[in-house]
Ligand binder design. Sequence first.
Ligand SMILES: NC(=O)c1ccc[n+]([C@@H]2O[C@H](COP(=O)([O-])OP(=O)(O)OC[C@H]3O[C@@H](n4cnc5c(N)ncnc54)[C@H](O)[C@@H]3O)[C@@H](O)[C@H]2O)c1
Length: 336
Amino acid sequence: MKAIIVGLGGRGRGWLRDCRANPDVEVVACVEPFAPNKERAIKEFNVPKEQLYDTLNAALKHVKPDFVVDVTPPAQHESVAMTAIENKIHILGEKPLSDNYEAAKRVVAAGKKAGVKHMITQNYRYAGLPRTTARLLKEGVIGPVAQIDASLYVPWADAPGSHYVTEPYMFLTDMGIHHFDMMRYMIEGEPVSATALTWNLPWGWHKGDACQLILFRFSNGVIGTHRGVGCTVGHVPAGHNGEWRIEGPQGTLTWEGSDLYHSHSHRAEKKIREKVKLDENETTGGPPALLKEFLKALKENRQPECNAADNLKSMAMVFAAVKSAKEKREVQVSEL
Ligand SMILES: NC(=O)c1ccc[n+]([C@@H]2O[C@H](COP(=O)([O-])OP(=O)(O)OC[C@H]3O[C@@H](n4cnc5c(N)ncnc54)[C@H](O)[C@@H]3O)[C@@H](O)[C@H]2O)c1
């Protein structure tokens, strides 16, 4: 399948590598307006000069791809998606779907009307920990889940000058979306409301708040909490995955570092403390696994997992939480 990579910044170069490594993908063009990144693509990543364009529209005058990989900053996602949709080209779009909920809804509506397949790159859920956890919860290992807690302590986006550092609520919106999406995925519930508090620590380097406590309510009665500090300069317990704890009537599933544990410790019942071997299959390889699902969906003429319409629900968690942080009250998803 023929692909155009749109945006050759840090992440775009990763997608260029992943697309080139997949034998079912041929990168036929790249789009990058920023001269230094263009030069870098030519010199360091061997992108042929004649395959490099300033805009997606310019590229589409010369090549007709099956799909575009949109790796531009979030504010550009709507215009890239709309151009692809107008040309009936499928989209593998970097998260977040948009930095604006109304824009995200417009893109989903337009894509549906045009019959375009649109997948959002929620690559965090394409890993052994969330996949194995979701399977165990489906199998009822700890019974019906009542609470899911995530905590994330990271020195997030510590390079000066990027939009991650200068714009408001980026830790919640740009990083949080992965965790909120995993939460929804694992508990199989849809978000109903969010109550959020956000702040910054005195030494933090983000203009927007990079610390948060959020409580989500889900349609199946589950309570989800997310506690994060994006400006720690100390111990990082579990990388960007964070540490998770899922409570059910038969015990807990916990993510401890890169390990998954099943525990049950009620005094009247048999004690369990087991490290679970993580599933390894076609869905557990990060972005390359996600790309495989996207290509499979195109071949099977169906919407992929993490399609844009489904992703709106993860986006709703983000936008309800931001609204709650601003207005200092519980915000219902139905208000968005
Ligand atoms: N899934 C993940 O784990 C993950 C990790 C990092 C970044 N991302 C996402 O990837 C996207 C890009 O992030 P980044 O860190 O690479 O940003 P970046 O700023 O390094 O790169 C963006 C590139 O897009 C180019 N660009 C801007 N407007 C464009 C347009 N209209 N057409 C073509 N190119 C355009 C810029 O010149 C720049 O080179 C963001 O949405 C970000 O959230 C996802």
